[in-house]
Design a protein around this ligand. Structure first.
Ligand SMILES: CC(C)(COP(=O)(O)OP(=O)(O)OC[C@H]1O[C@@H](n2cnc3c(N)ncnc32)[C@H](O)[C@@H]1OP(=O)(O)O)[C@@H](O)C(=O)NCCC(=O)NCCS
Length: 158
């Protein structure tokens, strides 16, 4: 693994992280699957919809976004938010640039997220992946997550 620094999110990261996330979700995005079936919705493609997820992450818990970088270059991030009432720490998004995948950085980001949840007194953590995402289905159990359910997404034309 390259020497990776984890640091807090800054506003100046927003464009880069959004681009990394949209690129990373190619092939593992529900929004892209919708577009394959129905085409562009309301004049916006799936990348536009996916990009909004990062805005949601920032709005919900900007301090919960942990950025991975190497010698000043941003490699990716993990987003998290804290649900104190349920004791659950959520991980809505995790993404890395292609050339840095498969070197343990994703695991490091997940461990940092889990540490954050523990520090805040949470008891469990939740993460989701597509059924056909081999990395998520391998990595998340390897980080202590247990599969509890599979969900089916439906879309109807109105
Ligand atoms: C998901 C992601 C953040 C993980 O980060 P990463 O640094 O690649 O992950 P790691 O290297 O820490 O771990 C990946 C694990 O998956 C394994 N893996 C990689 N490709 C795999 C494949 N095709 N099938 C099964 N396992 C695979 C690796 O061997 C490794 O397991 P190990 O630690 O037991 O050896 C990164 O791969 C990514 O950005 N992917 C594209 C976007 C994505 O899928 N996001 C998640 C959506 S839920």
């Amino acid at each position: 693994m390259p020497e990776v620094t984890l640091r807090a999110y800054r506003d100046s990261d927003r464009t880069t992280l959004t681009e990394i996330m949209v690129e990373a979700f190619e092939g593992v995005s529900i929004d892209q699957a919708i577009e394959k079936e129905f085409g562009v919705l309301n004049g916006h493609d799936w990348k536009w919809r996916k990009a909004r997820h990062f805005d949601d992450d920032v709005a919900r818990d900007r301090e919960g976004i942990i950025v991975a970088e190497h010698e000043g270059r941003i490699l990716g991030f993990i987003s998290t938010w804290l649900e104190y009432d349920t004791g659950i720490g959520h991980i809505p998004n995790i993404s890395l640039i292609p050339e840095c995948r498969g070197q343990g950085i994703g695991r490091k980001l997940i461990e940092a997220a889990l540490d954050r949840f523990r520090q805040h007194g949470l008891t469990h953590s939740k993460i989701e992946t597509m059924a056909h995402n081999p990395i998520g289905n391998h990595l998340y159990p390897g980080c202590g997550f247990r599969e509890v359910a599979r969900q089916v997404h439906f879309i109807a034309e109105l």
